[in-house]
Write a protein that binds this ligand. Structure first.
Ligand SMILES: Nc1ncnc2c1ncn2[C@@H]1O[C@H](COP(=O)(O)OP(=O)(O)OP(=O)(O)O)[C@@H](O)[C@H]1O
Ligand SMILES: [Mg+2]
Length: 258
């Protein structure tokens, strides 16, 4: 189920502006890869190219290749909507569908995929909420609005919604930055549980979080404002944090810039 991502020589544009340049990397399945780097270096932009979300932005354009196992995600016969279903995304601000119940939030993607029948839906909703470590807190109020949960619960609800459709990859853009430390640890535990089944990429500004939660870390950097962001290096997290190959990585991690 979990798949490998192979990116080669990717350039990402907003109109004429090249935001990210020349990224080549492999994201390993059944593991967590963290993206770190200073603000504006293109982490979110690059992340969104991995499930073809970038091109929904007017002027958004991508050059290069992204393979999911052997499938070229940008091949002309590939349906971007199907890609977005296979590669789920969790955003910085929890964004449950505000008027929908907790149950319907989790079931929404399944219904879009044509899953019918109360029994099947009940099963998947429970399994996903358990998977997101939220079931015990919400099982007695599944018909209440998702927007009535705490921020940390809403983020776990969004994760339940994302995993309900059994994606092959889960992309998370600063999923904990709006959360308190306890909810943050709950999400980190959850990421650790999920990685046995999924390929996970997480963007984070929190160095401790990257060190705690990821197996591999990619450091992105920016030469100057207005220049494209680049991947500086990607390696085992332990190595990036203890013995990086590039001085800029060490400077960033030790807080000398960014
Ligand atoms: N919708 C957009 N239109 C035009 N330029 C954009 C757009 N979104 C981002 N950019 C530009 O692309 C570059 C990369 O932005 P991006 O949001 O990917 O950075 P980031 O590394 O995620 O930063 P942060 O850590 O602050 O979230 C920046 O120069 C930014 O101004
Ligand atoms: Mg960002």
């Amino acid at each position: 189920m979990a798949k490998r991502i192979d990116v080669s020589d990717l350039n990402v544009y907003y109109g004429q502006f090249k935001a990210v340049e020349g990224v080549t990397m492999t994201v390993e399945p059944r593991s967590v890869t963290a993206f770190i780097g200073p603000s504006g270096c293109g982490k979110s932009t690059f992340l969104r190219t991995l499930n073809r979300m970038h091109e929904v932005i007017p002027g958004g354009r991508v050059e290069g290749k992204v393979l999911l196992d052997d499938q070229d995600l940008y091949a002309s016969d590939v349906d971007p909507v199907a890609v977005r279903r296979t590669i789920g995304m969790v955003f910085q601000r929890p964004n449950p569908f505000p008027t929908m119940s907790i149950y319907d939030n989790v079931a929404a993607g399944l219904r879009l995929n044509g899953v019918k029948g109360r029994k099947k839906l009940d099963e998947v909703v429970e399994k996903s909420l358990r998977g997101a470590n939220l079931w015990n807190e919400v099982k007695d109020r599944l018909n209440k609005p998702g927007a009535g949960l705490s921020g940390g619960q809403q983020q776990r609800l969004c994760i339940a919604r994302a995993i309900a459709v059994e994606p092959q990859v889960l992309l998370m853009d600063e999923p904990c930055s709006a959360l308190d430390p306890i909810s943050t640890l709950a999400i980190e535990d959850l990421i650790n549980d999920l990685k046995s089944q999924y390929t996970i990429v997480i963007v984070t500004h929190n160095m401790q979080q990257a060190a705690r939660v990821s197996d591999r870390t990619a450091f992105f950097n920016l030469a100057a404002t207005g220049k494209p962001g680049k991947l500086v290096e990607i390696d085992d997290t332990h190595r990036i944090f203890n013995n990086p190959s590039v001085k800029a990585t060490e400077d960033y991690i030790s807080g000398r810039f960014g």
